[in-house]
Design a protein around this ligand. Structure first.
Ligand code: PLP
Length: 411
């Protein structure tokens, strides 16, 4: 299993300063003074690189953004107030009434509700597919399709997509692919696999300690020559491509979403997120190793465990070939009924019951009665939410302690 050596060096070296305060400086200011009207004019026309106003960018947040952009091989990044903020920013900057979304796999409850309920009120239609419905996905793409959207790991259905193949379909059709990589930072590099934008809830494993809500979107560079963003499907991009060249996708999101909708990150959260980034490779490596040990032991003890590291999982082969660094901190236990699930959750002494994932502590939650309570039976079935389903997020504890606690809790 990979120890993310490259990132171990990169993160601590880029978060810490080599002069003055070692820890990143928190710039707690909403606005910034311009020394002269000429400088103000320059800041607003982009010729002077100084902070304009914290909704549009903050120096502490800018540091986080540059590290995140580098992490994913993007040209630039925008940090947001939450993971849903990043999803909304990426999508709303590209959509108009009458457009369509192809949503593949997953799907995180908030994203499902955004697509199915909120965006449909604005005249945007979403078609939902399982990760392996390649033919149906290809056929559903039409002239109104502006976005294809994919989660790197189904949360909580644990199905794994063939990201490369889906990116190929999107690229051949000339449609943007956004990948929600919240669960698999470092393990999966969406832009290298052919996606256009990767998005994160940094609230989860990137922060890791439940201290800061945040999100981030990382953008690829627009090509100098041919680029699907220069086709008529994205005619609204033309002025940004003319003005900002390879940065166009990023500038469009900044103007269309951050400026106009205001899901901006705050400096304190950006600071805390950077502290999390410093140790992300170490935590992720330990957690993905522990997870395989815990999932196997619980499976062998007779519990109904869903994780692709198990031979019984339909995407086990894909896990071995495409997810060599694991697929994050999650697995699920199906206890068969709500009553049995509640007994387990009342019996566990180790797990913290919360809606978060990717934390330093092991977390557990009954799905149907919490995050998915507002969804009808058909939607729950599509998303893989059975009555006895518990989602587990493995933490940094000794895996033997987790195994022993869960076995006693399931009796
Ligand atoms: C939590 C989560 C989000 C939303 O992030 P928030 O920071 O809670 O807004 C989006 N996608 C996935 C996969 C998540 O787990």
């Amino acid at each position: 299993m990979n120890n993310f050596e490259e990132y171990c060096t990169k993160f601590v070296q880029s978060v810490g300063n080599k002069e003055g305060a070692v820890s990143p400086v928190i710039t707690n200011s909403a606005s910034f003074a311009y020394s002269t009207p000429e400088i103000a004019e320059g800041i607003f026309d982009g010729s002077v690189k100084k902070p304009l106003y914290s909704r549009m960018g903050n120096p502490t947040t800018a540091k986080l953004e540059s590290i995140m952009a580098d992490m994913d091989g993007g040209v630039a990044a925008i940090a947001t107030s939450s993971g849903m903020g990043a999803t909304t920013l990426a999508c709303m900057s590209l959509l108009a009434s009458g457009d369509e979304i192809i949503s593949i796999g997953g799907l995180f409850g908030g994203t499902y509700a955004l697509f199915d309920e909120t965006l449909s009120r604005f005249g945007v239609k979403t078609h939902f597919f399982d990760v392996d419905e390649f033919k149906e996905i290809e056929e559903a793409i039409n002239k109104n399709t502006n976005i294809s959207f994919l989660e790197s790991v189904g949360n909580p259905n644990m199905r794994l997509p063939d990201i490369k193949r889906i990116a190929q379909i999107a690229n051949e059709a000339g449609v943007i692919l956004i990948v929600d990589n919240t669960i698999t930072p470092l393990s999966i590099s969406p832009l290298a696999l052919g996606a256009d934008i990767s998005i994160y809830s940094t609230t989860k494993i990137i922060s890791g300690n439940s201290s800061a809500l945040g999100g981030c979107a990382v953008f690829r560079a627009v090509n100098d020559g041919d680029d699907k963003l220069k086709a008529s499907r994205y005619d609204f991009m033309a002025k940004f491509i003319k003005g900002a060249g390879k940065m166009a996708l990023f500038v469009n999101a900044k103007k269309r979403a951050l400026r106009d909708l205001g899901m901006s990150a705050n400096a304190n959260a950006s600071y805390q997120t950077m502290l999390g980034l410093e140790t992300l490779p170490l935590r992720l490596s330990r957690i993905t190793n522990s997870l395989e040990i815990v999932a196997l032991a619980l499976h062998e003890s007779g519990l109904n465990i869903n994780h692709p590291s198990l031979k019984s999982h339909p995407h086990h082969e894909r896990y071995l070939s495409d997810f060599k660094n694991g697929c994050g901190a999650l697995f699920t236990i199906d206890m068969g009924s709500k009553t049995r699930a509640f007994e387990f959750l009342n019996n566990t002494k180790l797990a913290t019951l919360t809606a978060n994932i990717g934390d330093n502590r092991t977390l557990a939650l009954h799905m149907a009665s919490t995050i998915y309570r507002d969804f009808d039976e058909e939607t729950r079935k599509f998303l893989g939410i059975s009555d006895g389903l518990i989602r587990i997020s493995i933490g940094l504890e000794n895996p033997e302690d987790i195994i022993n606690d869960f076995i006693q809790a399931s009796k």
